[in-house]
Design a binder for this molecule. Structure first.
Ligand code: PMP
Length: 278
């Protein structure tokens, strides 16, 4: 397993990371996960745009251009002979003695690796269950930062309940899931939370927005309540790894017929058609 660390390709065992890395102390950094289908980065442009936007908001100067990073990630895919899976990359503010203010002289640190896995065919086919939980995160959920403790706690809460994932709400308004966006279907209209500061602006969400338009399905970027969620005809989540995954039961209540619905299926088919075959 070869990692990219700064500008070097290093075996995992040979990788030395400073204990003073601010990612380790403070979660002071950002990350991205880009899907790799057939050895190629999927929707790389929007992922790089989100990375740049987060870096600017966190005031972490990126030490490379998008083209340079893209070239390095492609090389990483090659050296690891990755066909199916994803690339994970993170950039921290740098390494310095522990102190809250930005260090005067710290260089941002890039680390990236690849993971090999297949498309989640079983859950794509059968769907998952979910439980609702309070969204206790901060008010910049649009930034893809390393601070994922609320998401980790929420996901474990779902596991403890025997559910596949959580669906977050703020005072009854559904935001998103622990690592995916949420969409509902009611009377053939899709609703999903607007891309503001309360959710991550998912790249798969964007793809689905585009596909809905292409398929002539009405879609509203509008907030909806937990009540609407539980009484929806269909519910699905979207993410880089989950693609378009049906949610068939929430808080023990069957959604619609308790099986993946027709619009979810239609979008899954449309999504599959966007996957490069070679
Ligand atoms: N919301 C959250 C909180 C996430 O962590 C993710 C996954 N990165 C998403 C939504 C989905 O984003 P994407 O489609 O870009 O993977």
């Amino acid at each position: 397993q070869i990692y990219l660390y700064q500008n070097e390709f290093v075996a995992k065992e040979a990788l030395h990371i400073s204990p003073e890395d601010r990612g380790y102390y403070f979660g002071d950094g950002l990350y991205e996960v880009i899907r790799v289908y057939n050895g190629k980065l999927y929707e790389a442009g929007p992922h790089f745009a989100r990375l740049t936007r987060t870096a600017e908001a966190l005031r972490i100067p990126l030490p490379f251009t998008e083209d340079e990073l893209s070239a390095q990630l492609e090389k990483l895919i090659q050296v690891n002979e990755l066909h199916e899976g994803s690339v994970y990359m993170q950039i921290t503010r740098g390494a310095a003695p522990r102190s809250h203010p930005f260090p005067a002289s710290a260089e941002p640190i890039l680390m990236a690796y690849t993971t090999s896995y297949q498309r989640p065919v079983a859950t794509l086919e059968e769907g998952i269950t979910a439980v609702t939980t309070d969204d206790i995160r901060w008010l910049r959920c649009d930034l893809k930062t390393l601070n994922l403790l609320p998401n980790v706690m929420a996901k474990q809460h779902a596991m403890d309940q025997g559910a596949g994932d959580v669906i977050f709400h703020r005072s009854g308004t559904v935001t998103e899931s622990s690592s995916s966006n949420v969409m509902i279907v009611k009377n053939n209209v899709i609703k999903t939370h607007p891309a503001n500061n309360l959710i991550l602006h998912g790249i798969t969400r964007l793809v689905v927005l585009r596909l809905a338009k292409q398929e002539g399905i009405q879609l509203e970027e509008a907030a909806f309540t937990v009540d609407e969620l539980l009484n929806a005809d269909e519910v699905f989540i979207t993410s880089t790894t989950a693609e378009v995954t049906p949610v068939i039961q929430i808080d023990g209540k069957a959604i619609g017929s308790g099986k993946p619905g027709p619009l979810t299926r239609q979008l899954q088919t449309a999504f599959e058609a966007t996957i490069p075959s070679k």
